[in-house]
Design a protein around this ligand. Structure first.
Ligand code: GLU
Length: 427
C-alpha cells in the first residue's frame, strides 16, 4: 500500500522508534544496562537470492529479517513486500514488535523483515518462487520456537502458506508437521486461524471503542476516514460501519475519495478487487487531491497504510479528535508533538494494531495443540487482551501524566525490565 505524501524534515522510522523509546525510558528512569540492551537489535539477517522469472531471466532479490529481542519468547512479526523495505525499516518495525508483544502480554519478542520489491511488478508464479527461495535463504534463522513471521504490508495468507510449505518441506518427514506453525496468518485450510484475517482491523475498533467508553460515547454516528484500504483499512472500516459509524474519506495508493453520505466498505472492496486492487474512479464518491486527505473533517482518522505519513508538513491539516494507528509508525515524532499540543489523542500502533499479532498468537497455540478454534471465541479473546492492555496504558498515562504512546512504551518496557532483572545477563 503506497501513499503519496510530501516529504517533510522527517527522519527515518528507526530514528523515530529510538526517540519514542528514549522518552519513555527517561520518564520511567529505566536501568541504564537494560536501556543499552533494548536499543540494540540481537540479529540482523540480510540475504541475497536468485529467482528465475517467467521469461527465463534471473533476478537477484534482497531480503531482510531483523530479530530485535527475545527475552520474553520467540521473535514474532510480519514480513512485508515493498520497495521501502531496507535494514533501517526492518529494525524499526522489529523493535515495535518487541514493544507490541510485551504490551499485550504475549510470550514473544520482536522481529520483522521482508523483501525490497514492488509485488505489482511480478506474476503470481514469480511471487511464489520469490517467496519460496526467500524462505530457503532464511533457512533455520526462522522456526516455530525461534522466529515466527506473519503477514504485513503486501503479504497475505497465500504467501504464508508457501513459506510454511517450503520451510516444513525441507525438513525430514518425521518433523515436518511440527514445523507448519513457523508462520501465522496462514489460510484456514492450512492451519490458519478463523478470524486472523480481520484480527488487526477488529483490534483497531476495540481500541477506538475503549477510548470512547472513557467519555461515555459510542462509535455510532461518528465520522471517520481511513488511509490505506488493505487488510487493516478494510476490516477496521467494515467493523466501524457495522456499528453505525460513517466512512467519509478513503485514500489508497491510487486515489483519495470522499462522500459525506458515507461509503460502504464491502462495495469499496469489491470495486477495488475488480479494479486491479485500487479505488481509482470509484463511481459512488468524489475524488479530491491526495494532499487534501488529512484535512477532511471527521471525528476519527485511521492511518492504515505505511510509516511516516503524518509529518511536519501535513499535521496541521488534521481536524480529527482521535487518530487510531492501524499502520506501524504512521506519525513522525515531529508531527506527534504538534498533534498532542493541539489536543489530538493518538492511540499508538503498538496498542491499536496489536489485534493482528494477538490473533497470530492464538493461531500458533491452536497449531501447537492441534485444535481448531471458532471465530467468536477468537475475537472475544482478542477483545479481552486488547482491553486489558488499554486499561493498563490508560492507568500509566495518568500516573506518569503522559501521552498514550509513552505510557504504552512504559508498560511494554516494564515487563522486559522485570524479566532482565530476574534473570540477569549470562554469564
Ligand atoms: N504484521 C503485523 C504487525 O505488525 C502482525 C505480526 C504478527 O502477527 O506476527 O503487528
Amino acid at each position: 500500500m503506497e501513499t503519496i505524501v510530501k516529504k517533510g524534515k522527517e527522519r527515518g522510522m528507526y530514528e523515530n522508534v529510538l526517540e519514542q523509546f528514549e522518552k519513555a525510558a527517561d520518564l520511567m528512569d529505566l536501568d541504564p544496562g537494560i536501556r543499552k540492551i533494548l536499543v540494540n537489535t540481537n540479529n540482523e539477517i540480510v540475504v541475497h537470492f536468485p529467482v528465475k522469472m517467467d521469461d527465463g531471466s534471473i533476478e537477484v532479490f534482497t531480503g531482510y529479517r531483523v530479530q530485535h529481542n527475545n527475552a520474553l519468547g520467540p521473535y514474532k512479526g510480519g514480513l512485508r513486500y515493498h520497495p521501502t523495505v531496507d535494514i533501517d525499516a526492518a529494525r524499526a518495525l522489529a523493535i515495535w514488535m518487541t514493544w507490541k508483544t510485551s504490551l499485550v502480554g504475549l510470550p514473544y519478542g520482536g522481529g520483522k523483515g521482508g523483501i525490497q520489491l514492488d509485488p505489482q511488478k511480478y506474476s503470481e508464479s514469480e511471487l511464489e518462487r520469490i517467496t519460496r527461495r526467500f524462505t530457503y535463504a532464511l533457512g533455520d534463522n526462522i522456526g516455530p520456537d525461534l522466529d515466527i513471521p506473519a503477514p504485513d504490508v503486501n503479504t497475505n495468507p497465500q504467501i504464508m502458506a508457501w513459506i510454511a510449505d517450503t520451510f516444513a518441506g525441507i525438513k525430514s518427514p518425521s518433523v515436518r508437521q511440527k514445523n507448519l506453525h513457523v508462520v501465522t496468518g496462514k489460510p484456514v485450510g492450512s492451519g490458519g486461524l478463523s478470524g486472523r484475517d480481520r484480527a488487526t482491523g477488529f483490534g483497531v475498533v476495540v481500541s477506538i471503542e475503549n477510548w470512547l467508553k472513557l467519555k461515555n460515547e459510542s462509535v455510532s454516528g461518528k465520522t471517520f476516514t481511513v488511509q490505506g484500504f488493505g487488510n487493516v483499512g478494510y476490516w477496521a472500516s467494515k467493523f466501524l460501519v457495522d456499528k453505525g459509524a460513517i466512512l467519509i474519506g478513503v485514500q489508497d495508493a491510487s486515489t483519495t475519495i470522499v462522500s459525506m453520505d458515507g461509503m460502504d466498505p464491502e462495495e469499496l472492496l469489491s470495486y477495488s478487487q475488480s479494479n486491479n486492487r485500487n479505488l481509482k474512479n470509484y463511481p459512488a464518491a468524489a475524488t479530491i487531491l491526495d494532499e487534501d486527505f488529512f484535512s477532511i473533517e471527521s471525528d476519527i482518522m485511521i492511518p492504515a497504510a505505511l510509516g511516516n505519513q503524518i509529518t511536519s508538513i501535513n499535521h496541521g491539516m488534521i481536524k480529527a479528535k482521535l487518530i487510531a494507528e492501524g499502520a506501524n509508525g504512521p506519525i513522525s515524532t515531529i508531527a506527534e508533538k504538534h498533534l498532542l499540543e493541539n489536543g489530538i489523542t493518538i492511540i499508538p500502533d503498538i496498542l491499536c494494531n496489536a489485534g493482528g499479532v494477538t490473533g497470530s498468537y492464538l493461531e500458533w497455540l491452536q497449531n501447537k495443540r492441534s485444535e481448531n478454534w471458532k471465530m467468536e471465541e477468537v475475537l472475544e479473546r482478542i477483545e479481552d487482551k486488547l482491553s486489558e492492555a488499554f486499561r493498563n496504558v490508560y492507568k500509566l498515562a495518568q500516573a506518569y501524566d503522559t501521552d498514550f504512546r509513552t505510557a504504552a512504551y512504559i508498560a511494554a518496557i516494564q515487563r522486559l525490565e522485570i524479566t532482565y532483572k530476574e534473570r540477569g545477563v549470562f554469564p
